[in-house]
Design a protein around this ligand. Sequence first.
Ligand code: SF4
Ligand code: SF4
Length: 76
Amino acid sequence: MSKLDVASRIEPKRKKPDNIEILPEICDLCGACVAVCPPNVMSLIQNDLSIDFNGCTYCSLCIDICPLRAIKGSFN
Ligand code: SF4
Ligand code: SF4
């Protein structure tokens, strides 16, 4: 099953966050979130984890996969 298939199964079940925030003081740069992001808009380059919000679908998979809860979603 592709990452997009997984995302489409999960997405309809709950409200998407309006904002996604990486908490660098908690993140250990394991890369799990980068690997799971369906549109591949997360990057981990030279210890810098970032999200290209132009392509982010706010699917929350990165939040769910993070073992340290270092990505936070919020609702406006
Ligand atoms: S919420 Fe955005 S950054 Fe996180 S996995 Fe989904 S598309 Fe990628
Ligand atoms: S899964 Fe969590 S700890 Fe791992 S790189 Fe992503 S934000 Fe950091």
